[in-house]
Write a protein that binds this ligand. Structure first.
Ligand code: CTP
Length: 399
């Protein structure tokens, strides 16, 4: 996407060797038509010059909290209001500490404190600094204050050491901002529903049939939707996971409960069915605990297929319906078959024959099958990254 013509970003550059990469961030954002204003901290001037920033951003670089000239032109509050979002890259351990503690002793920290916009931070520091307990605590605070973290990455550092603390590459940072900005431009808040986790089909009050689903992928998708501005409802079978309070979480156990909750949560603009719903339920659930017997025969009957029902509903069907397919073999054939039979728009399919991805893993590798026969591969990555990429595609589609 190249059209971000009406969007504005305030970039705060702190003092670190990665500051030179901020110039590339400016170049990429300008290429997409973004208007940029920049704040350069005092230590930032040791690494990049205001002149090089201005040459690329084609606008003024703000440096001093107490500059009469700057305050007359655009005071620090207006500067924080002007932007659609703020990006701090690189964010040093010192700036992170200031933000976590609400300090406002320079222009960068004052603007961040006064901001009513989303603030993205791309940390860059030595691995020991990143791993230090104080930094960890500061980052946890920033997350609680709803700052959005990008990176850092693991790799060789400028200081010669190796580990986590490298700033994420400019292209990756810009891609994340693009997803957020694109959704900001959508007029009304879009509504999303996600089903996740397993279901339990009770045999008696203490026994049930279920499956290995952890719900992790669905929870990560709900988080990505929320951070991209969707009003998000997560309908979840039993899991050990926690979720942000801003997500409307509906806890269910059985497929029937998941079905009823899904119907109650509609209409929506997009529905993502990532739950591993049990295909069968016990025909007659015993009200009392069944005692041991030599042989027991369970009679099973089919559960309602929630995806199929919603996808084929005349009035309730969301604009975009995404199904999942976890397969151990013939992935492409089954995915295409489900796409057609269940009448959904996309099927996100993964191969669960190898234990390192899919069920209960923190990682995934999926292929998205589209109605127009196109197939997109989202390569092996954390479930959170896979979700961000999937949600990026959802936003592109809804746009
Ligand atoms: N699904 C659903 N309700 C069901 C069963 C499945 O909503 N009762 C949804 C899942 O959430 C997923 C998709 O349908 O998005 C595919 O589910 P899957 O279990 O893989 O497909 P099935 O049609 O059950 O086929 P099979 O088990 O034979 O692979």
């Amino acid at each position: 996407m190249n059209n971000l013509n009406n969007t504005k970003i305030l970039l705060i550059i702190c003092g670190g060797i990665a500051a030179y990469k901020s110039l590339e961030i400016i170049r990429l954002l300008k290429k997409n038509g973004v208007s940029i204003k920049t704040i350069l901290t005092k230590s930032g001037t040791e690494f990049v010059t205001p002149l090089s920033i201005t040459s690329l951003s084609q606008s003024k670089v703000y440096q001093d909290l107490f500059s009469i000239e700057d305050e007359t032109e655009m005071d620090h509050i207006s500067l924080s209001r002007w932007a659609d979002l703020i990006l701090i890259a690189p964010a040093t351990a010192n700036t992170i500490s200031k933000l976590a503690n609400g300090n406002s002793d320079d222009l960068a920290s004052t603007v961040a404190l006064a901001s009513n916009k989303k603030i993205f931070i791309a940390p860059a520091m030595n691995v020991r600094m990143w791993e230090h307990q104080s930094t960890k605590q500061n980052i946890a605070k920033l997350k609680a204050y709803k700052y959005e973290l990008i990176g850092p990455e693991i790799g060789d550092m400028a200081c010669g050491e190796y580990g986590e603390g490298k700033m994420t590459e400019p292209k990756e940072i810009v891609n994340k901002l693009k997803i957020y900005l694109k959704n900001l431009k959508l007029k009304n808040k879009l509504k999303a529903i996600v089903t996740a986790g397993p279901t339990r089909e009770y045999i008696d009050p203490v026994r049930y049939i279920s499956n290995k689903s952890s719900g992790k992928q669905g929870y990560e998708i709900a988080k990505s939707l929320l951070k991209n501005g969707f009003e998000t409802t997560l309908i979840s079978g039993p899991t050990n996971l926690e979720i942000n309070n801003d997500i409307n979480l509906i806890k269910v156990e059985t497929a029937e409960e998941m079905f009823q909750s899904t119907l109650k949560s509609l209409p929506a603009d997009v529905a993502i069915f990532s739950a591993a719903v049990c295909d069968y339920k016990v025909k007659k659930t015993s009200k009392i605990k069944i005692k041991k017997q030599d042989e027991i025969n369970l009679e099973l009957e089919k559960n309602v297929d929630i995806l199929d029902y919603v996808s084929n509903h005349n009035s309730l069907r969301p604009k975009l319906v995404v199904g999942f397919a976890a397969e151990t073999n013939d992935l492409e054939n089954y995915a295409k078959k489900k796409l057609g039979e269940k009448n959904c728009d996309w099927i996100v399919a993964n191969d669960v024959s190898n234990g390192t991805i899919g069920f209960d893993s923190d990682f995934n590798e999926v292929s998205i099958f589209f109605k127009n026969k196109k197939i997109d591969k989202l390569k092996y990555n954390s479930k959170s990254e896979v979700s961000d990429k999937l949600v990026g595609k959802i936003i592109d589609h809804l746009n």
